[in-house]
Design a protein around this ligand. Structure first.
Ligand code: AMP
Length: 558
């Protein structure tokens, strides 16, 4: 029998968190969640789906709780009746705010416990309310809401509420596990769930439709302006000739080296998302302006690459991150770091277009964009085939000469396939291959550099999404970048032993190397010779990093 009432105790979700915490096996986690989902009523299902990920808003939402650890420590201190410094000490001892809160709440004299049990709905709605508070005395009004929740919480509940507030649930559940659990709970093929998710990026909605309408309802879900779609990804081309031979007819385009953006217009609102689906609209008012000037007034979704240019010439990728991460002095940044947008696809215009072949989408795109020099352009394109390969080669050469990265080779008959790295869109670059990795640790330098993390421990993911180390990299960063990275590392430390630290996997790097070699020293079984950090990749997430399987096949290919 399913739990119909929306008065389900928060405690039952906490029990689920604890069971998830108790196993590292993905299949067991999937079972636990599937069982929970199939027993929960339709109203609560979307809520528990997102809360199982430790969030109250989807990643792409502009809304955020806006409560930092300092403020939360103050709230905990107030409820428990100690000083914020005591809370900080406890966090240091326990390693995280959740465990520290649990302990402190246990010590607290039992007063209000269980007088009015928390429900899942209450926790969810109150946390959402926190995000909506703005203006006068916002901080103290936010804290008042958190205080109310914490004052009703048991120690176990406090552990997970505090972790949720800081978006660090740590129960080892990612979107993939949630998708598997929905598929299992409602007996729907995993591919159907995956596609519905790629299109809507709303797992709560997917779960609810799976439960209430099954396959038929899921197949009707489509993309909607305002909700970002997981971008279609490219595979590496073996060579220009091999790729054109295989596709027959191709669209080749310059590959611009910036950040990919998906631009949505819904009503009068223009939203810009990165490939990680972060909403960066506020950081790039100039791009919003280009769109307003050059695209129609109707709803649409288009995709392109934003690059930094100096008189039309592309300049270093690194500058673009300064632009999109910027929260203040945006006007000044706009002048110093001008952006050009190269559009290359349209996913929605008057209706969803993702199932239309690329050639139709490109035609549509060409018909709706008004070009403006140095501001908004279409990706440079040549249409060619097996008989005219030299045209593709010429585009490659011209693109490199103009300072771009290489070319994309696309199948003009292919639909837009969200979230998949397939064979219908290939990339061919001039530079030697690099790997996208995540930093999991580091070592402080010596002498003058004792305050900097000088060497970074890098990891890839394996087929289960677990991180496996592959190399230490110490070169490639200039002093300013070293300083910036060191500061970011400080905030991510989870363990410290002498000069060595372990950090949360939040910093992504692109590394070049001379060779992949077998090595028992690292968990992946491989190591990199002469790794050089090429750039910080804040546009990536854990799902994007390279895998041990890829390194394995690259190693075998040598
Ligand atoms: P990947 O991110 O590994 O799939 O490599 C492809 C990336 O190249 C896309 O995500 C875009 O950010 C970028 N890109 C640059 N120019 C183009 C283009 N003309 N068409 C498609 N992608 C492009």
């Amino acid at each position: 029998m399913s739990i119909q009432s929306n008065q389900v105790k928060y405690e039952s979700l906490v029990n689920i968190y604890q069971s998830l915490d108790a196993t590292t096996k993905r299949l067991e986690k999937t079972d636990i969640l599937a069982n929970f989902f199939s027993n929960i009523g339709a109203e609560l299902l979307p809520i528990v789906t997102i809360m199982a990920l430790g969030r109250v808003f989807p990643v792409w939402s502009e809304e955020e709780l806006g409560i930092g650890s300092k403020l939360l420590m103050k709230a905990i201190a107030t409820v428990v009746g100690i000083t914020p410094e005591d809370v900080e000490d406890q966090i240091r001892d326990q390693g995280d705010i959740g465990a520290a809160s649990e302990l402190l709440f246990k010590k607290k004299s039992q007063t209000t416990f269980f007088s009015k049990p928390l429900t899942i709905e209450m926790v969810y709605h109150n946390l959402r309310k926190v995000a909506s508070v703005s203006g006068n005395r916002a901080q103290s009004r936010k804290i008042a809401i958190i205080l109310e929740l914490l004052s009703l919480a048991s120690p176990d509940e406090a552990k997970y509420i505090t972790r949720t507030v800081l978006e660090e649930l740590r129960v080892g559940v990612g979107e993939g596990t949630i998708r598997d659990a929905i598929s299992q709970a409602f007996n729907v093929d995993k591919n159907i769930i995956d596609r519905a998710h790629m299109l809507t990026n709303d797992l709560g909605l997917v779960a609810r439709v799976a439960q209430e309408e099954g396959v038929e309802g899921l197949q009707k879900l489509s993309l909607k302006p305002g909700k970002p779609v997981k971008p279609m990804l490219a595979q590496l081309a073996e060579g220009i000739k091999a790729s054109v031979d295989e596709m027959g007819r191709v669209f080749c385009e310059t590959k611009y080296d910036g950040i990919r953006v998906q631009i949505h217009k819904k009503g009068s609102k223009i939203m810009i998302f990165t490939r990680r689906l972060e909403n960066i609209s506020n950081a790039v008012p100039d791009v919003i302006q280009y769109i307003e000037n050059s695209l129609p007034d109707e709803d649409f979704i288009v995709e392109g690459e934003i690059i930094v240019t100096d008189n039309g010439k592309p300049i270093s990728f690194q500058y673009i991150l300064q632009r999109v991460r910027r929260k203040y002095d945006i006007e000044k940044a706009m002048e110093e770091v001008p952006l050009t947008l190269y559009l290359f696809d349209v996913l929605y215009y008057q209706k969803p277009l993702i199932d239309a072949p690329l050639e139709i989408r490109r035609e549509t795109l060409e018909s709706i964009v008004k070009l403006e020099e140095n501001k908004i352009q279409l990706s440079k394109q040549v249409k060619t085939d097996r008989e005219n390969i030299e045209e593709a080669e010429k585009l490659f050469k011209d693109s490199i000469d103009q300072g771009h990265e290489g070319i994309m080779i696309k199948d003009p008959t292919a639909p837009y396939i969200p979230g998949i790295r397939g064979k219908k869109m290939l990339k061919y670059k001039a530079e030697p291959e690099t790997l996208d990795v995540v930093v999991v640790g580091g070592t402080y330098g010596k002498g003058k550099r004792a305050h900097f993390v000088g060497s970074y421990l890098l990891a890839l993911s394996d087929e289960f999404g677990d991180l496996k180390t592959i190399a230490h990299a110490a070169t490639g960063l200039d002093d300013q970048m070293l300083l910036e990275l060191s500061e970011r590392m400080e905030k991510l430390i989870v363990e410290r032993k002498g000069q060595k630290i372990a950090v949360k996997p939040h910093i992504f790097l692109e590394v070049a190397y001379s060779e992949i070699v077998k090595s028992p020293e690292y968990e992946s079984g491989y190591s990199l010779r002469f790794p050089v950090i090429k750039r910080i990749r804040d546009d990536l997430s854990l799902e994007d990093i390279d895998t041990v399987q890829r390194v394995n096949s690259m190693f075998k290919g040598h």
